[in-house]
Design a binder for this molecule. Structure first.
Ligand code: SIN
Ligand code: MN
Length: 266
């Protein structure tokens, strides 16, 4: 899937683009079910909130076939190859839960700040491309983005290891206030299957979810192969060391898997 000139322009100007209903309900349903099955497992890659509710499942593409197919999907791989002008590999893979009633916050941060400081990534030539697995509403903890904040490079940040179960390099309130004055604030919402991609330096965060509506989003962090990490400090299943370029699967692969999966269940 290739991005249009208008999409590339918006990405450059604002640092993000959203593609509504990029995956069909049938394709997303199988991922949603598999996501819940993974959260029910007791494994080190599944991190939990203080309440015990799931927060994120790392590296699901390495132990789940549906997420493996998504990790090679041309609708996600090709736009990033287009932006970076080279092949990409998987730096990180997360299925974030934001569970109903208990999903916790993600503080204001830039992704590349963490990839650079913790993983030794040389340049911001990596980014998240995400797929909504549940409907994202204005009220169930949508991702909030500060448009244009990616133009500021890596901003000062403090290492917050206590607010949530996930250590993160976070921005202070004054910095966020200034960036919002300049760029505003957006929170893309939409049906399951929507795709959101955003620059590695775009400042973003999300509030807690006190509603009865879960908000699962899967994030592929794809890095340009020449920009592979140099000094990893985190576990291999958080910051991957396999820099093999991804060869995209065919566009129908997830649909085929979903159909064979639902037949097998009948
Ligand atoms: C992230 O910033 O990595 C995740 C934020 C979210 O899922 O709300
Ligand atoms: Mn992030």
């Amino acid at each position: 899937m290739r991005l249009t000139d208008a999409q590339l322009e918006q990405f450059d100007k604002d640092g993000w683009i959203f593609i509504p209903e990029c995956f069909s309900p049938e394709e997303v349903a199988v991922l949603r079910d598999e996501g819940e099955r993974i959260y029910a497992q007791d494994r080190e890659e599944v991190w939990r909130e203080a309440s015990g509710a799931p927060r994120t499942a790392f590296a699901a593409h390495l132990y789940n076939e549906a997420f493996a197919i998504l990790g090679r999907h041309p609708r996600l791989i090709e736009p990033l190859e287009q932006v970076f002008g080279e092949k990409v590999y998987m730096h990180q893979y997360k299925v974030n839960a934001k569970a109903k009633f208990t999903g916790d916050v993600w503080q204001w941060h830039q992704d590349y700040g963490t990839w650079h400081r913790d993983d030794g990534m040389p340049e911001p030539r990596a980014m998240n491309i995400s797929v909504f697995l549940d409907e994202v509403y204005p009220f169930n903890g949508p991702l909030m983005l500060i448009p244009k904040s990616h133009k500021h490079g890596v901003l000062d940040a403090g290492h917050d290891t206590s607010t949530t179960s996930y250590p993160l390099w976070t921005l202070d309130n004054d910095a966020v206030e200034k960036l919002v004055e300049e760029g505003g604030l957006v929170a893309p919402t939409g049906k399951p299957g929507g795709v959101l991609m955003f620059h590695g330096n775009l400042v973003h965060g999300s509030a807690g979810n006190i509603t009865p509506f879960p908000r699962k989003i899967v994030y592929l962090t794809l890095n340009a192969v020449s920009n592979h990490i140099r000094k990893p400090t985190r576990k291999e299943w958080i910051a991957h060391r396999d820099f093999t370029p991804i060869e995209a699967c065919d566009d129908e692969a997830l649909l085929r898997y979903a159909r064979s999966h639902s037949e097998a269940a009948e």
